[in-house]
Ligand binder design. Structure first.
Ligand code: ZN
Ligand code: ZN
Length: 391
């Protein structure tokens, strides 16, 4: 997808699915309204300063947003996205994004011969795992389960720490990430979803195009999710606005810190370079592609044990690397649940950490899944006779 591509109102549907296409608009209206209510409900859980009642939040219909939302952003073309006022800035962002994607990807490919030649030490492995854990859980626990879905409440220092840790994943600033993801839930796999792999419909070629779009292509869209409409609570929080604006600094620290620590630990320049390669570049590449696989693969392949209004799936091979996020079908069925891997054998490191933080009083009012609700949402085909959930 190029910068000049525009998204027509028809894009993002699921062609070939008569039951969906026939009812898409009414379906979207109902869904958007229910998501608006969910967001409204989420505001009451807000931990930070008063969130401010934005009319844009109340009216999340795809028909163009409320009058006040349109006034707030005259460039609002479809009610859920905005176009940048400067194409120069948009191009610069796209070039930066291309580098952010390609450089770590080259490192990930180069990791194979580097491993073969044993150009790696335990120091690099430890640093890579630690930085993967910090930045990855910053996204899964911070950006996703906390800021987007309000799966728990926490203190102001923890809010800031979670936002900084998530920024260090270099997947975009916290407010942009949250706005995109709330929009994904509001329109998942239908018109308006920023990254549905079903955008071009079923069939091998459209599916491959859709998978590429859902994985990285959508990141290059000139149209950006309207943050005033989808993340007004965060825009009204000065702490989070500050952290979001310091994305560049967080990204720099995320890349430089492994090199610095590795160099001091190993006592040589080569140790610093090696740590930069493994714990900065390779770690970021792996984290990026695992996160993006949740957007692409986890809406196409895998199982659908729970009923949800989209095509989200559970993909067990990605559970560990995605830190529990690949139990994506459960997540779409119960978006506010702080636990995604709800079975004892379903690895969900984000859940383990939230549980630990709850025990140590770092977080509170955690929204754990309700066994009765989950049992009711089991797909008929997969529903066992006695559906139980272990806590
Ligand atoms: Zn999804
Ligand atoms: Zn979500």
């Amino acid at each position: 997808m190029t910068a000049t591509d525009t998204v027509s109102p028809g894009d993002g549907r699921v062609p070939g699915d008569a039951t969906r296409t026939g009812t898409t608009r009414a379906h979207n209206d109902a869904r958007a309204r229910s998501d608006a209510l969910a967001l409204k409900d989420a505001r009451t859980l807000k931990d930070g300063p008063a969130s401010g009642d934005s009319p844009a939040l109340e009216d999340a219909t795809p028909a163009g947003g409320s009058a006040s939302a349109r006034r707030a952003d005259p460039a609002n073309s479809r009610g859920n996205a905005t176009v940048p006022r400067s194409m120069v800035k948009a191009r610069a962002e796209q070039i930066t994004l291309l580098l952010v994607i390609l450089v770590p990807l080259v490192a990930l490919i180069a990791a194979i011969p580097a491993l073969w030649g044993r150009w790696i030490t335990w120091r690099d492995v430890i640093l890579a795992v630690v930085f993967y854990g910090i930045s990855g859980h910053g996204v899964t626990i911070g950006f996703h389960r906390y800021f987007t879905h309000r799966g728990f409440r926490t203190s102001r220092p923890m809010r800031i720490a979670l936002a900084v840790a998530g920024n260090m994943a270099i997947e975009g600033p916290v407010i942009r990430w949250v706005a995109d993801h709330r929009r994904h839930h509001a329109y998942s796999d239908a018109e308006g979803d920023p990254h549905s792999p079903w955008r071009y419909g079923p069939g091998t070629v459209p599916m491959l195009k859709g998978l590429f779009h859902a994985h990285v292509g959508w990141l290059f869209d000139v149209e950006q999710t309207d943050q005033r409409r989808f993340a007004p609570d965060l825009l009204d929080d000065p702490d989070i606005v500050r952290v979001s604006r310091s994305f560049g600094l967080c990204a720099f620290v995320s890349l430089a810190a492994p090199a610095l620590i590795g160099g001091l630990w190993g006592g040589s320049l080569e140790a610093a370079v090696q740590a930069f390669f493994w714990a900065a570049l390779v770690r970021i590449a792996l984290l990026h592609h695992v996160t993006w696989s949740v957007n692409s693969i986890c809406h196409v392949l895998g199982t659908r044990p729970y009923r949800s209004r989209d095509r989200s799936t559970n993909v067990w091979p990605l559970a560990l690397l995605s830190m529990g996020e690949s139990w994506h079908n459960l997540h779409h069925a119960e978006p506010t649940s702080a636990r995604h891997g709800v079975r004892p054998w379903q690895i969900d490191t984000s859940f383990y950490l939230i549980k630990l933080m709850e025990i140590t009083h770092l977080v509170r009012d955690v929204r754990w899944p309700d066994p009765a609700r989950l049992a009711a949402k089991r797909s008929i085909a997969t529903r066992p006779a006695a559906d139980t959930l272990s806590a």
